[in-house]
Design a protein around this ligand. Structure first.
Ligand SMILES: Cc1cc2nc3c(=O)[nH]c(=O)nc-3n(C[C@H](O)[C@H](O)[C@H](O)COP(=O)(O)OP(=O)(O)OC[C@H]3O[C@@H](n4cnc5c(N)ncnc54)[C@H](O)[C@@H]3O)c2cc1C
Length: 236
């Protein structure tokens, strides 16, 4: 475990109301596994307040560690929205077992909205380390403009072991002709992941989404030991 006082290094707006925040890593021993999470304390009205976030960067990134947050109306979120490079933070971690398995090489990631963060960390890691995983991602968003890391995911999808299918739950748009429309359900999983019984499933996102997908995956006969969930408490 590590714990240190640090300063924000960079803030990047990904899509409206979603920002990535980076802390410097160079020369520091900030070890973690792709898919884990850490604690971030910031000052809210001069008082420390902590929330936890998945890393959205790969551990192989040598210059920074990154998390990505949906900006809500909460006190913490509002303070984070005002953060500038150089502002104080305390970070502590890592925690979590939502990480790549050692033996199983076939993975199915299913996530919605902000639930992409630990998956982005793992896919970046697979690509950077040139690991021989066979990964399929089903990623659900409202529309094409709300896809977090859209450009980065396009680049990851060019890697041989990574396939990505986008699902849009909002009205069909001419900007997204190649995307699937509607919610991710049992039929979609069965059609797109034909070898689903051979895969380990990783589900992440808001509680309602993860619970709904978890039921659909269980109905496909996937053993509960082959399903890992990262439930982002604090969202609906
Ligand atoms: C393992 C894990 C990884 C996460 N990774 C991310 C991430 O990468 N990006 C991201 O945006 N969010 C992530 N979250 C969610 C994050 O920790 C916050 O809960 C969320 O961002 C809401 O915070 P807020 O400031 O917007 O709202 P808040 O007002 O702080 O929270 C909204 C409501 O949820 C309740 N709540 C907040 N946190 C918790 C909690 N831990 N348990 C139960 N109830 C809670 C509050 O009491 C409030 O009623 C993660 C959560 C978990 C458990």
């Amino acid at each position: 475990m590590w714990q240190l006082e640090t300063q924000f290094y960079e803030v990047i707006e990904r899509v409206p109301r979603v920002k990535s925040f980076r802390f410097p890593k160079k020369g520091l021993n900030l070890r973690y596994r792709a898919g884990q999470y850490f604690y971030v304390t910031i000052k809210v009205d001069s008082k420390p307040m902590v929330h936890h976030f998945s890393f959205s960067s790969s551990p192989t990134e040598s210059n920074y560690i990154e998390f990505t947050k949906r900006i809500t109306d909460s006190a913490y979120s509002s303070a984070l929205d005002e953060i500038k490079p150089g502002d104080w933070a305390m970070i502590e971690g890592p925690e979590g077992r939502f990480t790549l398995p050692n033996k199983i090489k076939k993975i199915a990631f299913i996530c919605g909205g902000i639930g992409i963060t630990p998956v982005k960390s793992m896919l970046d890691y697979v690509k950077h380390k040139q690991l021989s995983f066979d990964c399929i991602l089903l990623y659900s968003n409202t529309n094409a403009d709300s896809i977090i890391f859209k450009h980065e995911l396009e680049q990851l999808a060019g890697y041989p072991g990574i396939r990505i299918n986008h699902f849009l739950s909002g009205s069909p748009s001419p900007n997204a002709p190649c995307f699937h429309h509607g919610f991710i359900n049992k039929a979609a999983i069965e059609t797109l992941i034909t070898d689903h019984t051979e895969r380990m499933f990783f589900l992440s996102g808001p509680p309602s989404m993860v619970e709904a997908i978890g039921l659909q995956v269980a109905q496909l006969g996937i053993n509960s030991k082959a399903i890992r969930m990262d439930i982002f408490t604090g969202y609906k």
